[in-house]
Design a protein around this ligand. Structure first.
Ligand code: GDP
Length: 473
């Protein structure tokens, strides 16, 4: 499909301010859709060219001139013209660069609205780019992620996604699934003749290869999420060890509830902060202990789920008097059950402990991992702990150029569903089930993969994605 042969059904003319609110050196107002050239013609005068017509402008062009409303001159602007399909939305579009004062920008937007544009919805330009085939859904989401990226690695990951590497992998996978599906469906058409267009062994091999591909992508989510959302850091420990106090100390703000009552952190609290260029996503879990009370019990289950997904576990021990054997066995249990997570033991309440250094040495010996002494309440040792955290996870947020990463929960879940459907298909083949059932599972796997790039369009998913964008994007 070459640009010159594409025909785009242009949507209603829309307009929006594309740059952030507030004063700046420059700002951009963009318009796109049916009739935008005529609309612009009525409010723009090109310098030194009274006969200028937007409708004659080719490909991409920049024109210097002035914008006017009924009262007169608004501002000097540069109009960047993009003739369909050579624009982001693939429709006729113009971007007006003007002076960045909020009043000027609003004036320009208003005159375009008065002349027939309507105000764009959040993400509407990107939605059109997707609907007109300029980008796929993954790339549209990557644009959103790039804008919201808070760290360099999150930004880089989004850029890679925008370039379409993951999309290409998924498209190739879809092609192969589609091929197997088509062969099965052909069998159904010839069902009376009892033919197999692809032997069951071949089909099983093909599905195993695809399953392998899917699993690699599913497994990459751990790293992908880390790059996008930060190092998943869970603060664990017994009730009253000082977890909420530590969370506050690390964040430097009062965010979690601190209380004397055991078990007040019923659920978990999540906050992000950046230290030494690494983003940490910090979770304070409910106290770990056996409880009967229902809400709290649910909290404990969630704590364990959070710990199982952690990249870094900060295990907090109260060394001010309590017996430590329970903590030690729990630390060992975590090390065994979650070998992928790194662990730091923070020996808390050193301000109360008479023999802090002995206790720390004992913990270090017993736990066989990094132990640092802190007082969460007094803020002692917090800088040291932060530095240790950054050192422990160094390199975790590196991007491996060659690897394709899944960074979004939506994609991860769709891949899991696609993989489950392939598992079902495999079981059906093994138990000698009929073609129809196998074909159904392959179709559903195909649909799940298609949902990711937007080959299978689901209005609800589109709304979820584009509503998160700002107006003008
Ligand atoms: P959580 O149940 O583990 O979240 O524990 P909290 O953060 O609610 O703390 C329990 C109690 O221990 C509160 O009264 C805190 O003020 C107190 N506490 C926490 N850290 C320290 C500390 O380093 N020194 C002292 N003296 N008290 C602390």
């Amino acid at each position: 499909m070459t640009a010159s042969t594409v025909h785009i059904d242009q949507g209603e003319a829309i307009a929006a301010i594309a740059t952030p609110v507030g004063a700046g050196a420059l700002a951009v107002v963009r318009i796109s859709g049916r009739g935008v050239f005529d609309i612009a013609q009525r409010v723009f005068r090109k310098a030194g060219d009274p006969d200028f017509l937007f409708s004659r402008s080719k490909g991409y062009r920049a024109h210097f001139g002035t914008m006017h409303d009924r009262e007169g001159l608004i501002d000097e602007v540069i109009a960047l013209v993009f003739r369909s399909p050579n624009s982001f939305t693939m429709e006729d579009s113009i971007e007006f660069s003007c002076h960045g004062g909020p009043v000027v920008v609003k004036h320009i937007l208003q005159v375009l609205l008065d002349e027939g544009c309507r105000l764009a919805e959040p993400g509407e330009f990107t939605r059109r780019a997707f609907l007109n085939g300029r980008i796929d859904l993954l790339q549209a989401e990557a644009i959103g992620e790039m804008i919201h990226a808070r760290t360099e690695s999150a930004f880089r990951t989004a850029v890679t996604q925008m370039q379409g590497t993951l999309s290409a992998r998924l498209d190739a996978m879809r092609e192969r699934l589609l091929h197997s599906c088509a062969l099965l469906e052909l069998e159904l058409d010839f069902s009376e003749e009892d033919v197999e267009f692809q032997s069951r062994t071949e089909l099983e091999e093909e599905l195993a290869t695809l399953q392998d591909e899917l699993r690699k992508l599913i497994d990459s989510y751990r790293h992908g999420r880390l790059l996008k959302e930060g190092v998943a850091t869970v603060i664990a420990g017994k009730p009253n060890a000082g977890k909420s106090t530590l969370l506050n100390a690390l964040l430097g703000e009062e965010r979690a509830i601190v209380s004397h009552m055991p078990g007040t952190t019923r659920d978990y609290i999540e906050e992000c902060f950046i230290h030494e260029k690494t983003m940490f996503r910090l979770t304070d879990t409910a106290g770990l202990r056996e409880v009967d009370e229902e809400i709290e019990h649910e909290g404990v289950i969630r704590s364990y789920r959070k710990i199982s997904q952690a990249d870094l576990i900060l295990y907090l021990v109260d060394i001010s008097g309590e017996e430590l054997s329970g903590d030690i066995s729990r630390i060992r249990q975590f090390q065994e059950e979650y070998p992928e997570a790194r662990m730091i033991v923070a020996a808390n309440k050193i301000d109360l402990a008479a023999d802090a250094s002995e206790q720390i040495a004992m913990l270090r010996n017993a736990a066989g991992c990094e132990v640092c002494g802190i007082s969460a309440a007094k803020g002692e040792g917090i800088e040291g702990l932060l530095h240790l955290m950054a050192t422990m996870v160094e390199g975790l947020d590196k991007i491996h150029e060659a690897s394709v990463l899944v960074t979004s929960l939506r994609h991860y879940e769709a891949l899991r569903n696609a993989s489950d459907a392939l598992d079902n298909a495999k079981m059906l083949i093994e138990s000698g089930e009929g073609t129809e059932l196998i074909a159904f599972e392959l179709r559903s796997s195909l649909d799940y993969v298609g949902e990711i790039t937007g080959k299978v369009v689901n209005e609800e998913i589109l709304n979820l994605i584009f509503d998160r964008f700002c107006i003008g994007k």
